[in-house]
Write a protein that binds this ligand. Structure first.
Ligand SMILES: [Zn+2]
Length: 399
């Protein structure tokens, strides 16, 4: 389907998805729902249940899932967009559209830091954040939701700058540590100002990523007290295990695991979070585009890796990339729940996977196949051009 996909849905548009073989909720408390039909009106979920129990009358679009699974659209908690669907990092076009083909329906900027000539002065960085926020709320390749406009803090910012940013619609801070502020006390003061004005924050955890960034260790992370501990498994270089443990135990903030980080450190963090009974703090990102490239399947790969190597039931692994992130980031998507945005990915075991069904396929470390992606109740893509082919593939049928 075209780049210029329809973004808004008519208020009376009614979508029915039936014959769902497995319904993944995104909620760790109840990751699998006993239902085979989902209804959305005007882009919002209005009913979830068994076909005979839900009102399917007057549907304007009907999707026959043909036994495939439905999950909330995946959320990438850590991306670095620049302008449009282009990244200068690897001189690549259409990385956002490619990511949609990896089942991601919402991505969150951790700073537009790859912008060539990025301004470091206060007026310039504020202008750039407002510009990015405006551009990416209006530009949605394939319907992708891109939350951007995430300024990176610099030492001479004042409280009034955060108020001004918030008034202009900025809701995120980019990774603390990628700018001139790398010390705990300054970061803590500015993160506090951001929080006061409703701006969420994240931090670059671990060794330097690219020239110009620096080491952020456990002491700085804990003092800065950002809402999300950005790539606790390093981006790319992870902290020593004892410092990771210190962060996990020393705060209650989000623990973000990224594809472009250290996989062993990701598994270590996952194990700690489970031992602490705090799996709800773990969220997923790619940290792409980056030196490691563009990973259209990065969130799926994290789900598969954590499930296979971290011994996490696949249905729970999905929650880390959907419901957990939605709750932590206060998003209206990420859970199959009445009132939430109708953002879904329909998927199944990859053809010829040793796993007999979707969950076993992931448990064995394979990637699933995506058969369709729905955003705001509108089908956006059919069979993914990037995943392996799914066994069961949904189809749009005439209502
Ligand atoms: Zn980083």
């Amino acid at each position: 389907m075209a780049q210029e996909a329809q973004v808004t849905v008519a208020p009376d548009a009614k979508l029915v998805i039936r014959n769902i073989g497995l319904l993944l909720s995104g909620d760790l408390q109840r990751p699998i729902l006993d239902a085979d039909t989902v209804v959305a009106t005007g882009g919002r979920i209005t009913a979830i249940g068994r076909a005979k129990d839900v009102d399917q009358e007057g549907a304007t679009t009907v999707i026959d899932a043909r036994g495939s699974a439905l999950a909330p659209g995946l959320i990438d908690s850590h991306v670095h967009p620049v302008a449009g669907d282009w990244t200068p990092r690897q001189s690549q076009l259409n990385w956002i559209d490619s990511t949609l083909h990896g089942g991601v329906t919402t991505m969150i900027s951790a700073g537009e830091v790859h912008t060539p000539g990025r301004p470091r002065d206060v007026v310039g960085l504020k202008a750039m954040a407002i510009y990015a926020q405006r551009c990416f709320s209006a530009f949605r390749p394939g319907g992708m939701k891109i939350l951007a406009g995430a300024p990176v803090i610099e030492p001479d910012m004042q409280e009034s700058d955060f108020r001004e940013l918030a008034e202009a619609g900025v809701r995120l801070l980019g990774e603390v540590g990628l700018g001139g502020v790398k010390d705990g006390p300054t970061a803590k003061r500015m993160v506090g100002w951001a929080r006061k004005y409703g701006i969420q924050s994240t931090i670059h955890t671990g060794g330097p990523s690219i020239p110009g960034s620096g080491l952020i260790d456990a002491a700085v992370v804990l003092e800065a007290d950002t809402d999300v501990v950005g790539h606790i498994n390093g981006g790319h270089t992870a902290l020593p295990d004892r410092e990771i443990r210190c962060i996990c135990e020393g705060c209650g903030r989000g623990l973000e695991l990224v594809h472009n980080g250290n996989e062993r450190a990701a598994l270590y963090t996952l194990r700690l979070a489970r031992e602490m009974g705090q799996l709800d703090r773990v969220i997923l990102g790619t940290d792409g585009p980056a030196g490691s490239g563009v990973q259209p399947l990065g969130i799926l790969r994290m789900i598969s890796m954590l499930s296979a190597l971290g011994d996490l039931p696949a249905e729970e692994a999905f929650c880390l990339g959907t419901g957990n992130t939605a709750r932590m980031r206060a998003l209206d998507c990420g859970l199959v729940e009445e009132g939430r945005a109708a953002d879904f990915v329909l998927l199944d075991r990859a053809q010829h996977s040793a796993g007999r069904d979707l969950l076993e396929c992931i448990r064995l470390g394979d990637l699933p196949g995506i058969g369709m992606v729905v955003i705001d109740g509108l089908p956006r893509i059919a069979r993914s051009r990037n995943t392996p082919p799914a066994d069961k593939v949904p189809e749009i049928v005439t209502p």
